[in-house]
Write a protein that binds this ligand. Structure first.
Ligand code: SR1
Ligand code: MG
Length: 420
């Protein structure tokens, strides 16, 4: 897709000369690139990320590398992910205005996106580890998940537009492939790049011997590959969210794909649960209980905002081919049961995805700082076990865990379990 031959990675030295003439960038940081300062700040798994500062302002410049940064050039990865990230950002900005950073410049061949520097925002995961409270977090992300799920689906879009978009995003196959392997498959066998904390061996063996669990996870993978319900962020963990004490933005949708409407919500809840279970490794008894209670409240509120917003959109914006008003309200028939069933299906999928994400972050290649930053491996393992065991329940019991309260009650139960 990209002319990879012209591609050249940016460096802190060549960046000013290469981007200095782009007005949509220099408008923010000054016309003289020799006065810019450039710092490479990327600490994610895939890309280069630079902060470029001039005249007291900064922009973010993100460039895809032709390989997985975490692993190196032995694992090539197409630059086209930058194109898909840009396409998703455009749609998210339209579907939930204000939820994502503003884009200043996009260069498809060089796989570069220059965008608004979110400041003084900090990655949500870091805030959760530090024990910070964020006003409006649940409201913002619950709405984001509902609006993007609904407005990217056949409930809302013109069906020819949606079909065209589904076809376009099939091009993001390499990134979907990462999710198919690292999330849905590798945790459940001894895959090459897997690693886990010492002391988890017996639990890991138990999970990998659980054929029912593997079957249920594969059913969820079938949904991932086959249910092109809506355009998803595709990687909505707490490292893909940036916050201040009162503002929240979503970043990094390069894993964007068409899939089940509950996918983003499930991954988000999962990352809150991992933050919850890991808290005893980060703070003393004094404020532990209060902070854990706050995280569970964020989960409950996110789900309630999601449901209310989805319900509102169902009643006010149902313009697509699915459950059309012409078939229900215009005939004097209520669509309430259809909505209830759809919300139940989204929730069931979200619960299943949530459990699987809880497994992969402890067993597969890419782990979370929430657990990894706990240096004492005995403490870390004892907290990871709770997370793994609850994850299994979520996958197997996803039909009977019917509400966010059911889920947070289960989390409280696992949080008080001690495993040998
Ligand atoms: C090789 S990429 C590993 C993980 O990093 C990304 O953020 C995604 O979560 C992916 O699964
Ligand atoms: Mg990312």
């Amino acid at each position: 897709m990209n002319k990879q031959t012209d591609y050249e990675p940016l460096t802190i030295n060549n960046l000013p000369a290469r981007l200095g003439r782009i007005q949509t960038i220099s408008r923010h940081i000054g016309q003289d690139p020799s006065q810019w300062t450039v710092t490479e700040v990327g600490d994610g798994n895939l890309n280069l990320v630079f902060v470029v500062t001039g005249g007291g302002s900064s922009v973010i410049v993100k460039q895809a590398l032709p390989y997985v940064r975490l692993v190196g050039d032995s694992w090539p990865l197409p630059l086209s992910r930058s194109f898909f990230e840009h396409e998703v950002l455009l749609r998210q900005a339209e579907r939930d205005p204000g939820s994502v950073p503003e884009i200043y410049h996009f260069d498809r061949d060089q796989a570069i996106i220059a965008m608004e520097m979110l400041t003084p925002h900090v990655i949500l995961r870091k805030k959760l580890i530090a024990g910070d409270l964020i006003d409006g977090l649940a409201e913002r992300l619950g709405r984001f998940c509902a609006r993007t799920a609904f407005r990217g689906s056949d409930l809302s879009l013109k069906t020819s537009d949606k079909k065209k978009d589904v076809a376009l995003f099939q091009g993001n196959a390499a990134l979907m492939g990462i999710t198919e392997n690292l999330i849905f498959t590798d945790p459940y066998f001894d895959a090459k790049m897997n690693h886990h904390t010492d002391g988890l061996g017996a639990v890991v063996d138990e999970l990998r011997e659980d054929v029912e669990l593997k079957c249920e996870v594969q059913k969820m993978l079938l949904k991932f590959t086959a249910n092109a319900e809506t355009l998803l962020h595709g990687d909505l963990h707490s490292g893909s969210v940036m916050c201040t004490a009162s503002d929240t933005k979503v970043i990094d949708p390069e894993f964007g794909f068409y899939g089940p409407m509950g996918f983003d919500l499930g991954m988000l809840i999962s990352n809150y649960l991992m933050a919850y279970f890991s808290q005893p490794g980060h703070r003393s008894e004094n404020d532990l209980k209060d902070y854990q209670a706050w995280i569970l409240l964020v989960i409950e509120e996110t789900c309630s905002v999601f449901e209310n917003e989805f319900r509102h959109l169902w009643n006010t914006e149902r313009t697509g081919i699915l459950f059309p008003k012409s078939l229900f309200e215009d005939q004097g028939h209520s669509s309430k049961i259809a909505l209830k069933d759809m919300l139940a299906q989204i929730w069931e999928d979200a619960v299943g995805i949530c459990g699987i994400e809880m497994h992969r972050r402890v067993l597969s290649l890419a782990h979370n700082a929430d657990f990894e930053d706990i240096e004492d491996t005995q403490i870390r393992a004892s907290l990871e076990v709770r997370n793994l065991m609850m994850g299994r329940d979520l996958v197997l019991q996803r039909k009977s865990i019917q509400s966010a309260l059911d889920l947070t009650s289960l989390a409280k139960r696992y949080n008080s379990e001690t495993y040998p």
